[in-house]
Structures are given as structure tokens and as C-alpha cells.
Design a protein. Structure first.
Length: 557
């Protein structure tokens, strides 16, 4: 089969997320390309949670509404999602606690008496997901040895018991279809958060500081696990104010540092962000977007922080802002953000979102596309040290405390080249011009980088413009409809020339965003680019392929 879509659901605490990742790893070893979408409430236990595991012979980065397989671990899952089932769907369910009513024609039903199986194996309730995975493997003729290898690798504890439970599910199931072994390369699976963490590590990050906040908390957890291997300092302070100030203190001492947060945490960081701009202390902020205002929908996704990232902090200062659309871009742009921060001594913001950060993708990386390495300017140790020496680029040579022979004075107040406070008007203008001049040189650097990407039919007169995690669904829809896609990666400094070149010959621009006000469309308007239509979604959920295709057909004409 060319593709398969599996929906697995239950209540929070049933291990739905882990089960979906194990399913994805098993199928990935057959050579398929994977995308996993996670949907869960802000509850530790209870509520309804589900994941959609989609496998395809081609690269994908979006989910579909219709499901080939439903793995229902409680009645609620079946009741909510039965309308998604395709004709001939496979349904794996807990027959000890559930009843099925109307089913699509030619459905194949696999009954698992989970209560009985778990009691006989003396297994915990959470292992019902292992039983379902075993049944799925039998239903789709997946070699049992592959299941065993994945289980032994995934479970650090109780792998043997989980396998016994999975084997019971395997024995209770029957053959329904075959997922054949493909000849394509087997790719690793990574979430957007994991790819971001790896990009920061590749860029030479030495410290990662964060207060846990969905959807960037997994970066903190990943960095903590990797700390010993990569000699990282990983710190969880008491709040986001402390996060930012601690990060700037580390930068002052020469440590490449990044922080992670979401909208509410970033609010607390903004005064520190402005301090970064004035004191010229480099820091990377990974800003994972989720719906607001305020707490909003804390475990769901949006693209509402574009303007917030652009204008956060008092005063005017140079910043670098990028937004990846998949795991490969998350890796490259995280590294690039760190290096640009240190070359130009500015804050950088990497705009992600819950869909990208917590989604899982087949990771197909080409290291030859790594961004050009950016090297910071160091003090030549000649004469007395001027922390804010005025240069053509606006970038002053670095020295770090406690460097012998240098007095490294940083200042949140306006200051002279030595860092001494000043209110003299001519000097104040000179220093502000120096800081803002950096942007001109960043633009020169970006001329050698693909800041705007195009996909689909390059000759189409109609183009979808998207950013962030909407990239994957837009590419799939435009491939079906024969349209062009334009995706900006960099937002500050905005690559206006590359963007306009990408839109050359386009007569109709449709902007696809996950917000209510069309922030990218408004921003494009400032550069004289008129958007014909906007397709906006702001319920916290990403576009499905079918949903976006229908909306595009309605406005594309």
C-alpha cells in the first residue's frame, strides 16, 4: 500500500503518545516516511487523547482526517472518531469494556479482551497499548522479530512483560493487509523539539536554560539527557525572568546560551530581551507558539506570536527571527540563529509551534546544506579594552569576564565605548546607530542563504504563502492542485528581494496561517505585497490535508 493512517486513542494515562511512537518506529523500519500528530488536553489523567500515525511512501508532514486503522482503548475514542473511518477500515478495540455500533462497510474488527489479558499476565493497565501494538503487527503482517527489536530498544524496564502482553494481542488478531518492506532508506524519527536541540548543539551551544512550558519543555528534557555527552550546562530556574537574566550572565562570561519558552514565559523575558539588545549580549530564544491570550489552549498550536517576537522589548534594537517548517529546517535554523547571535551580539528568536515541536517526522538531513559558520569577533588584546568599540559593522570585539587585562563593563543604560553610562545626546545617537547598523551586515550574510523557499508548480499563477508548520500540508495540497508554494524562513531582517523574486509571475496570493488576524499577510503588505485571500485557522488544531484542500479550492477559483 502507498500509505496508511492509524488513529490510536484513549484517556490520558493510557500511554497513547508512547504507543504512537512505537508504531511509528516499527513502520519506519519498513522504509516508510512518517508523520505523527499528537492531540491531548491539559490533564495528567483523564480527558481524551489521541495520536494520528501516518505512513507514506513519499515524504509527508501533515495528517489526514480519514483513518485506515482505529485503535480504540476506550469507548470514548470509538464514539468520537468512528466518523473518520474509511470503508474497509481495521478496528482494534478493547472488547472487555467497549461495544461497537454502526461500522463502515467491509470493516475488519479485532477484539482484544484487555482486562482478561492484563490480569492473566499480571500487567499494569498502561500495557493495554502494548497488546494493541501486537495486534496491529499481526493484522498488517509485520515480522515479529521487528516488533521485538523495537520493544527491547524502547523499554528500559519491563520490556519482557510488555512483549508478553504484545504477543497476546498478536495471537488474538488476524491478517487484514500487508505492509511490505520497502527498498527505500530507513530514516530516523525526530520531533521538531529534538531537531531544534540538535541544531543548537551543532551550533556550539554550551548552556540551555528553561522554565518548563508547553510546547518547548521537551527541549529542556532532551538537553538534560544530553548534558554529560556534550558537556552542557542545563538549568531549570524558578521562573522565566530568572531564565533570561541567567542566560545573559552566562553570555557575559563567554558561554553560548539558548533558552526555551512559550508566549506567557516570553512575556516575562521581554525586559531581559531588551537588555540583550542594549548590552549586546547574544542569546537565542526558542519561542514555541500556542494559542492565547493568557493561558489560552496550553496544549494546542497556533501562529500568533509573529508580531510579538518582532516588537517585544522596549526601544529599538536589531534582532534575528526565523521560523522553521519541518525538522530539517529546525535543525539548520537553530544552528544558524545561535551563530548569528554570536557573530553580531544580538538576540535571536526561533519561532516554532506545538504542531512542529511535538510532531514527529522522518528526518532526512543533508549536512552539505549546513549554514555557513559564523565566527564571533574577539579582542586583539591591543590597547585598553572597549566593550562597545564603534566599528564599521557595529560589532565590537569580544572579551569575557574574567579575561585578564580586560575590564568588561556591560550596561543597560546608554553608554560610551567603554560601557560607562552617558546621557550626552551626540554619543547616545552614535551608539544607537552602531547597534542598528548590524542589520545591514546581517542582510549581506543572508544573501547567501535560501531565506525563502518555493515548492509545487513554479509556473502557477496562484501561490500559497505559508510559514512554520503549515509548510507540510501546503506542499501536499499544492502538489494535488498544481499550485505554487512560497515559504519564508527568515522574518527579521526580512528578505524582501528574495520574497518578491519567489512571487514573480504570481497573480493570486493565498496566505495560509494558524491565527485569526493574518499576521504574515499584514507583514507582507508593509513591503507592497498584496494578498488576494487568507485562509485562517485558529482553533488550536493544525490543518488536515482534506480540510485545507477544500478551503483552497473555494478561494483559488
Amino acid at each position: 500500500m502507498d500509505e496508511l493512517s492509524i488513529l490510536i486513542g484513549g484517556k490520558a494515562g493510557f500511554g497513547i503518545d508512547r504507543a504512537s511512537l512505537i508504531l511509528a518506529r516499527i513502520i519506519s523500519q519498513l522504509g516508510y516516511r512518517l508523520y505523527v500528530y499528537r492531540d491531548y488536553p491539559s490533564l495528567i489523567r483523564g480527558g481524551h487523547t489521541f495520536s494520528i500515525v501516518r505512513a507514506s511512501k513519499k515524504k509527508i508532514a501533515a495528517h489526514k482526517d480519514r483513518a485506515d486503522v482505529l485503535i480504540a482503548l476506550n469507548q470514548e475514542t470509538f464514539d468520537i472518531h468512528k466518523g473518520r473511518l474509511k470503508e474497509g477500515a481495521v478496528i482494534i478495540y478493547d472488547s472487555s469494556s467497549m461495544t461497537l455500533d454502526t461500522l463502515p462497510s467491509q470493516s475488519k474488527v479485532i477484539r482484544l479482551p484487555l482486562a482478561e489479558i492484563l490480569a492473566e499476565e499480571k500487567a499494569g493497565d498502561i500495557m493495554r497499548n502494548s497488546c494493541a501494538i501486537g495486534a496491529f503487527a499481526k493484522a498488517f503482517a509485520i515480522d515479529w522479530d521487528l516488533v521485538e527489536r523495537i520493544f527491547w530498544k524502547d523499554f528500559s524496564e519491563e520490556a519482557e512483560l510488555n512483549l508478553r502482553v504484545a504477543k497476546r494481542g498478536h495471537s488474538a488478531a488476524e491478517d487484514c493487509a500487508t505492509l511490505e518492506l520497502l527498498s527505500t532508506e530507513k530514516l530516523p524519527l525526530l520531533s521538531g523539539n529534538e531537531a531544534t536541540a540538535l541544531g543548537l548543539i551543532k551550533g556550539g551551544v554550551q548552556a540551555y536554560i528553561s522554565y518548563p512550558m508547553t510546547p518547548t519543555s521537551p527541549i529542556l528534557h532532551y538537553m538534560a539527557r544530553a548534558a554529560d555527552e556534550f558537556s552542557l550546562k542545563v538549568v531549570h530556574p524558578e521562573n522565566e525572568i530568572a531564565v533570561m537574566l541567567m542566560a545573559l550572565g552566562m553570555a557575559y562570561c563567554g558561554q553560548r546560551v539558548a533558552v526555551g519558552t512559550s508566549g506567557g514565559g516570553f512575556c516575562l523575558m521581554t525586559e531581559g530581551l531588551s537588555l540583550s539588545g542594549m548590552a549586546e549580549l547574544p542569546v537565542v530564544v526558542v519561542l514555541g507558539q500556542r494559542p492565547g491570550p493568557s493561558t489560552g489552549l496550553p496544549t494546542y498550536s497556533c501562529q500568533t506570536e509573529l508580531f510579538f517576537a518582532m516588537y517585544a522589548g522596549q526601544g529599538e534594537f536589531t534582532r534575528f527571527i526565523a521560523s522553521p517548517g519541518d525538522t530539517e529546517e529546525a535543525y539548520y535554523l537553530a544552528r544558524m540563529a545561535l551563530e548569528i547571535s554570536w557573530k553580531y551580539q544580538i538576540p535571536s528568536i526561533l519561532l516554532t509551534d506545538k504542531t512542529l515541536g511535538e510532531g514527529t517526522y522522518s528526518f532526512d538531513i543533508d549536512l552539505s546544506k549546513d549554514p555557513k559558520e559564523q565566527v564571533e569577533m574577539l579582542w586583539d588584546r591591543i590597547g585598553s579594552y572597549k566593550r562597545y568599540q564603534d566599528t564599521d559593522m557595529g560589532v565590537s570585539p569580544f572579551a569575557f569576564a574574567p579575561d585578564k587585562g580586560a575590564v568588561v563593563k556591560v550596561n543597560s543604560y546608554e553608554h560610551d565605548e567603554y560601557g560607562i553610562t552617558t546621557e550626552e545626546p551626540g554619543l547616545a545617537k552614535e551608539m544607537q546607530d552602531k547597534r542598528l547598523r548590524k542589520e545591514d551586515y546581517i542582510k549581506i550574510d543572508l544573501e547567501y542563504f535560501e531565506c525563502v523557499k518555493t515548492y509545487g508548480d513554479r509556473n502557477s499563477k496562484t501561490a500559497l504563502v505559508c510559514w512554520g508548520s503549515n509548510k507540510g500540508v501546503c506542499i501536499e495540497v499544492c502538489d494535488e492542485l498544481g499550485l505554487k508554494i512560497v515559504q519564508p524562513l527568515i522574518f527579521m531582517p526580512f528578505p524582501a528581494k528574495q520574497f518578491k523574486n519567489a512571487l514573480e509571475g504570481v497573480e493570486k496570493i493565498i496566505c495560509v496561517e494558524s491565527n485569526a488576524t493574518g499576521q504574515l499577510a499584514q507583514y507582507m503588505g508593509r513591503y507592497g505585497i498584496k494578498v488576494s485571500n487568507s485562509i485562517l485557522k485558529y482553533d488550536g488544531r493544525p490543518f488536515s490535508v482534506e480540510e485545507l484542500k477544500k478551503k483552497v479550492q473555494e478561494v483559488a477559483g
